[in-house]
Design a binder for this molecule. Structure first.
Ligand code: SF4
Length: 332
C-alpha cells in the first residue's frame, strides 16, 4: 500500500483526481465518440449513488481530492442533484466539477447549482447549426446555447467550453468559438481528436493540432501568452490573450501528450476503475462492492490499479492499440 493518503504510481505521479462516469447513455451521437446504434449497459449493472459514494469515501482515504462527474451524458442520470449533494458533502473533497453536452441544462442547471455544483464544462464544437447536426446527428444547438447562458446567470464558475477540433471539419469554428468565449467570459478549450471513437474512424490527418489553432487565434484575434500560474497537472495548456480579454485552453493529447504529469483515474458507469483513458486493462470495483469486500480490499484495489499504471498513452507509437471501450463508455 502507498504512503497513507497517497496514490503514487511507478513513475512518481501523484493521483488526486477521480473522474466518475454515471451513465454511458447519451442524447446525441457525436461521430468521434459513439456510433448511431449503441447497446448501452443494462441499468442494474450501473453503480448506484450509494455505491459511488462508498467508493469515493474510500478513494478520499487514498488521497483523491478532486472529482468530475461525466457520462455518456450525466444529466440523463435521474436525480443527479442527489449525487452532487452526496459527493460535495464528503470531507476531503476540495473540487467537484461536471462535464455535460448542455442539452438538459434548461431543466436541471438550477437544481445542480442548488445541490452545490459550481464548476461546469459544456461540450460544444461549433456555433453553426448545420455543422452541429453533422457532428452530433441531432438538432440541439439552441438548447446548448440556452444552457450556457442559464449557467452564466446562475453563477456557475468557471464555465469552460470543450470543443473537439477535427481537421477538414471544424476549422471554420475556431475563431467564432474563441470570439464567443471572449464575449461571454467563457474559457474555450480546444481538444485534439483522439482515437476513442470505437469505430476506427480516427486518422492522424484528421487531427487539428493545438499549435495550428493557436497560430490561427494569434493571427485572427490577438497574440496569446502562456498562463504561468495554472495547475501544471491540468490537461489543458492555458493561454491568455495579450489584450487581457480572456483565456483559451488546448488539450493536445496527440501532439503534446501530458501523461508525464497525469493525476487522473476513472471510474466507469459499470464500476470499472481505469488508470488511463486509453487503458487496455481495468479493475472490477463493482464486483468488490457487490461481493461484500472489506474496505481494505477496495483500498488495495485502488492502490494496485495506480501502481499498474503505464507511463502514458501509446497513440504516437506503432504499439498503439485502441481501447476496447469507446469514449462514451469511459467518460471524458
Ligand atoms: S492519456 Fe492516460 S496517462 Fe495520458 S494524460 Fe490521459 S489519462 Fe493520463
Amino acid at each position: 500500500m502507498d504512503a497513507p493518503g497517497q496514490l503514487r504510481d511507478r513513475f512518481g505521479r501523484l493521483h488526486d483526481n477521480l473522474r466518475i462516469s454515471v451513465t454511458d447513455r447519451c442524447n446525441i451521437r457525436c461521430f468521434y465518440c459513439m456510433p448511431e446504434e449503441v447497446e448501452f449497459v443494462p441499468r442494474p449493472e450501473i453503480l448506484t449513488f450509494e455505491e459511488i459514494e462508498h467508493f469515493v469515501r474510500l478513494a478520499v482515504r487514498c488521497g483523491i481530492r478532486k472529482l468530475r462527474i461525466t457520462g455518456g451524458e450525466p444529466l440523463l442520470r435521474r436525480d443527479l442533484p442527489v449525487l452532487v449533494r452526496k459527493l460535495s458533502a464528503i470531507e476531503g473533497i476540495t473540487d467537484l466539477g461536471l462535464t455535460t453536452n448542455g442539452i438538459l441544462l434548461r431543466e436541471q442547471a438550477a437544481a445542480l447549482y442548488e445541490a452545490g455544483l459550481r464548476r461546469i464544462n459544456i461540450h460544444l464544437d461549433t456555433l453553426d447549426a448545420e455543422r452541429f447536426r453533422h457532428i452530433t446527428r441531432r438538432d440541439h444547438l439552441d438548447r446548448v446555447l440556452e444552457g450556457i447562458e442559464l449557467c452564466r446567470c446562475l453563477g456557475f464558475r468557471p464555465i469552460k467550453i470543450n470543443a473537439v477540433a477535427v481537421k477538414g471539419l471544424t476549422e471554420p469554428d475556431i475563431v467564432p468559438l474563441a470570439r464567443f468565449g471572449r464575449e461571454h467570459d467563457l474559457e474555450i478549450r480546444f481538444i485534439e481528436f483522439m482515437p476513442l471513437d470505437g469505430q476506427g474512424l480516427w486518422l492522424r490527418d484528421r487531427v487539428l493540432f493545438a499549435r495550428d489553432i493557436l497560430r490561427t487565434l494569434s493571427r485572427e484575434i490577438a497574440p496569446l501568452v502562456p498562463v504561468s500560474d495554472g495547475d501544471p497537472r491540468a490537461p489543458a495548456a492555458e493561454y491568455r490573450y495579450a489584450d487581457g480579454r480572456g483565456v483559451v485552453g488546448f488539450i493536445a493529447s496527440v501532439s503534446q501528450p501530458f501523461c508525464d504529469r497525469c493525476n487522473r483515474i476513472r471510474l466507469t458507469a459499470d464500476g470499472k476503475l481505469r488508470y488511463c483513458l486509453f487503458a487496455l486493462e481495468e479493475t472490477d470495483i463493482k464486483k468488490l462492492l457487490r461481493g461484500g469486500a472489506a474496505d481494505e480490499e477496495i483500498l488495495e484495489a485502488i492502490g494496485s490499479t495506480v501502481r499498474a499504471k503505464w507511463e502514458g498513452h501509446q497513440v504516437n507509437t506503432a504499439r498503439f492499440v485502441a481501447p476496447p471501450r469507446p469514449m462514451y463508455a469511459i467518460g471524458g
